[in-house]
Design a protein around this ligand. Structure first.
Ligand SMILES: CC(=O)SCCNC(=O)CCNC(=O)[C@H](O)C(C)(C)COP(=O)(O)OP(=O)(O)OC[C@H]1O[C@@H](n2cnc3c(N)ncnc32)[C@H](O)[C@@H]1OP(=O)(O)O
Length: 327
């Protein structure tokens, strides 16, 4: 089956093919509508019928009944009215009902209002990942760039570009792999050893500094929150069992913050009963969850940029004595 996007492109393209007549457009509209519903892009409209096809195109154009073909589809924010709406919710109603950034994320990313224990969890992720000192990859790059005299956006993106599988960008992979292993009923031993055979590091496990003797407070806070407020923390408990096994191999193979957020977000998606299985697979497949770290760390990276500029720091140069020059 062709994707909804391909079908919609066909519809958009169809505008160019009907300069004088709408003939043949009706079944195409219906087909595109059916595909968009099937793929969950739009909610079904009861007794949907394609709009009546005007017989005379010129008359229809004059009457304002014909729209030019669109080149963009957008489903999350509508700015055409008096005020913008996020997934159909007016900005003023968000302010009036004292909603927070977690609610905004739930509307713009997940296209629905999530219960407050979920939006609070999202906000906790943002707060706890906002910064982790000047020495980590992202902050280091941002500091060096700011000290090279670059502007805010350049300094910010140079830090953001370090987010990836080893630094802050393992949340989606952690969610994917933990979900797959847990759903298949693999024991932590079987899962970890299978990953080892494939030569893949277990996403969500391991930390440069943190260890069994130097626990990550972020993981502790998120774990406690999930255990207290989520209807189920099946995936988190599985991830912690995996940690139990990896810790028998090395002391720094702890469940890291990426793994903790990844497994808990799976628990949120599944146990909140707000998402269908197809939607959960799509969220994990597309990779929404690294967005949490990217968004959070943006706050800290902007702070590091301002900090360096405020301190009027000179151009950074790495000391020779800290480089091993070798052939
Ligand atoms: C906010 C954050 O950034 S959290 C980190 C998010 N990233 C991940 O979860 C990805 C998976 N984890 C990793 O890749 C690593 O553990 C890191 C990058 C986080 C930390 O790595 P380091 O402390 O530098 O450990 P190092 O790279 O020296 O690894 C030492 C050995 O431990 C083992 N090891 C480390 N992490 C893992 C892991 N996740 N799974 C299996 N074995 C591992 C490996 O045997 C590794 O040896 P190798 O280099 O031959 O593969």
């Amino acid at each position: 089956m062709e994707s909804a996007q391909a079908k919609n492109s066909a519809l958009q393209g169809a505008g160019a093919l009907v300069p004088t007549s709408f003939e043949g457009l009706e079944p195409l509209i219906k087909e595109v509508y059916t595909n968009l519903v099937e793929e969950g892009v739009i909610t079904p409209i009861p007794d949907f019928q394609p709009p009546p096809v005007p017989q005379d195109l010129n008359a229809a154009i004059k009457a304002g009944k014909v729209r030019a073909p669109t080149h963009i589809i957008s489903t999350i924010c509508d700015d055409r009215g008096e005020e913008a709406t996020y997934a159909g919710v007016r900005m003023s109603s968000l302010i009036e009902s004292d909603k927070g950034v977690g609610d905004v994320i739930s509307l713009l990313w997940f296209k629905r209002s999530l219960p407050s224990y979920c939006t609070k969890f999202i906000e906790m992720c943002i707060m706890l990942c906002a910064d982790h000192g000047p020495c980590v990859s992202g902050a280091h790059n941002t500091i060096v760039t700011a000290r090279a005299g670059k502007d805010l956006v350049s300094s910010l993106v140079s830090g953001l570009l370090t987010i990836g599988p080893r630094f802050g960008g393992a949340i989606d992979d952690a969610a994917r792999y933990f979900k797959d292993a847990c759903d298949k009923g693999l024991t932590p031993y079987d899962y970890v050893e299978a990953m080892k055979k494939k030569g893949i590091r277990v996403p969500g496990i391991g930390h440069r500094i943190k260890s069994a003797d130097n626990r990550d407070k972020r993981v502790e806070l998120l774990t406690n929150y999930g255990r207290t407020f989520f209807p189920s923390v099946r995936y988190l408990e599985y991830a912690l069992q995996v940690e139990k096994y990896t810790l028998t191999k090395a002391n720094n193979l702890v469940l890291n913050v990426d793994g903790c957020i990844g497994s808990l977000f799976l628990d949120l998606l599944v146990s909140s009963a707000m998402f269908t299985q197809q939607e959960i697979d799509e969220i994990v497949g597309i990779g929404y969850l690294n967005g949490l770290f990217v968004l959070a760390r943006t706050i800290g990276l902007i702070g590091h940029t301002f900090d360096q500029k405020r301190l009027k720091q000179p151009l950074y140069r790495h000391p020779w004595e800290d480089v091993l020059y070798t052939k």
